[in-house]
Write a protein that binds this ligand. Structure first.
Ligand SMILES: NC(=O)c1ccc[n+]([C@@H]2O[C@H](COP(=O)([O-])OP(=O)(O)OC[C@H]3O[C@@H](n4cnc5c(N)ncnc54)[C@H](O)[C@@H]3O)[C@@H](O)[C@H]2O)c1
Ligand SMILES: [Fe+2]
Length: 383
């Protein structure tokens, strides 16, 4: 058996109104002038207003705001908050919002340490110690970026989603406050939840030895199957919102084990077509599962058990069939049974999509190998 290393812990505050603990936590971390990083849309929500109220009440005039992060962030979304941080003499970053501001805020600390650094050379630089403290407050329940050591940024040089990974990027504190997610519209609730579901399923089925992640992934599936339909139907169901926030974090803890073919299909749909990451995963998940099951029968039996299905006493093929059918129906009930062309993706783009998908690292750890021809078939299947 080869050597492997495990690490999980991120200090996490969970519960309705957990946001109110933020000032005490800032003091604990020695942060006196935080830079808040978010996006334009979220900055106009009541959830952001509650953040503003908490900070103005505790440290009036002593926090700065960058609210220009794009969905599927690009390099500028990392450079700009870093420049503001330096200009205003900030001493910590609070990222609040979905995965986009969390990833941009997290990575901005790299450019605070090394202003003007060329991010394409990130992996040539060994020393990223001493980054500014980072607090992550997710307001979608999907990416799990809050507990991750990576940022997904589309680099100017390649125009592809690149994973910038370093243990030093980890947040010092995560605040999971379900009240911040009650205003997330149903479509985004569904799409971001499907991202979390994909993380759990792909990480559980990727072949690396990581039983801790496997257990977390399967419990994540169980929570999502219970909570996502409730959060979708009734956004103010705080119990469901809370379970989705925890499940999303669990999905990201689990995918430190790795991901698979569905994420490789999804990434080019965001870079080339601007599609939301969760939606892209949702549209590709069932096709990806069918493909993997056809080459590795029985792969999804325990996912089926986590979904509450009776799949223990049946053949491998039947267990997969029932599980994939259940997931397909589950997504359809969330309005996620559309096809790529319903979202403006043209069949003429398939060559370019395949070209990027083949180079994407996620499928290298898929349950079964994936070729360019397989990617073409898969895109055609969901077109
Ligand atoms: N770092 C990681 O480990 C990791 C993992 C998966 C995905 N990602 C990345 O995360 C990004 C996607 O993040 P996302 O799916 O959270 O979407 P997002 O951050 O792009 O947000 C989508 C939209 O939701 C809005 N929004 C967020 N919270 C809201 C709320 N509570 N109420 C109302 N509107 C709200 C935002 O304003 C935005 O318009 C992609 O770039 C993806 O590549 C990163
Ligand atoms: Fe994802």
């Amino acid at each position: 058996m080869s050597l492997t290393s495990f690490s999980f812990p991120t200090r996490t505050l969970f519960g309705p109104r957990a946001l109110r603990e933020l000032p005490a936590q800032l003091s604990r971390l020695g942060v006196h002038r935080p830079l808040v990083v978010t996006d334009d849309g979220f900055a106009n929500t009541p959830a952001f207003a509650s953040m503003r109220e908490v900070l103005d009440g505790a440290i009036p005039g002593a926090w700065e705001l960058f609210c220009g992060v794009h969905p599927n962030p690009v390099e500028d979304d990392v450079h700009k908050p870093a420049a503001l941080f330096c200009e205003r003499h900030c001493d910590g970053v609070i990222a609040i919002g979905g995965g986009s501001p969390l990833d941009a805020g997290k990575a901005s600390r790299l450019l605070v340490k090394r202003p003007g650094f060329d991010l394409t050379k990130f992996y040539d630089e060994p020393d990223w110690s001493g980054l500014a403290p980072f607090i992550a407050i997710p307001t979608t329940a999907g990416t799990g970026s809050e507990v991750g050591r990576s940022s997904v940024i589309t680099l100017d040089a390649t125009r592809r989603k690149s994973v910038i990974f370093h243990p030093e990027l980890l947040a010092k504190l995560v605040i999971l406050d379900p009240e911040l997610t009650v205003g997330l519209p149903p479509k985004l609730t569904a799409a971001t939840g499907a991202d979390a579901l994909t993380h759990c399923i792909e990480s559980y089925t990727c072949p690396a030895f990581h039983p801790m992640c496997d257990g977390i992934a399967l419990e994540g599936v169980r929570l999502i199957i219970d909570a996502l339909p409730r959060a979708y139907r009734d956004g103010s169901d705080v119990d469901a919102r809370g379970k989705m926030l925890v499940a999303a974090s669990m999905g990201a803890v689990a995918f430190q084990k790795d991901l698979g073919v569905v994420h490789s299909l999804a990434h080019p749909l965001s870079t080339l077509c601007g599609m939301h990451h969760g939606l892209a995963n949702a549209l590709c998940l069932v096709a990806g599962m069918k493909f993997c099951a056809s080459r590795k029968p029985g792969l999804y039996r325990r996912v089926g058990v986590a979904c509450g299905l009776d799949v223990l006493g049946v053949s491998d093929t039947e267990a997969d069939h029932r599980t994939v059918a259940f997931i397909s129906d589950f997504l359809a009930k969330l309005g996620l049974n559309t096809r790529l062309r319903d979202h403006g993706v043209q069949p003429a783009l398939i060559d370019a999509l395949v070209g990027q998908a083949v180079d994407d690292p996620c499928h290298k750890t898929n349950a079964v190998p994936v070729t360019a021809a397989d990617f073409r078939d898969l895109y055609n299947a969901v077109m």
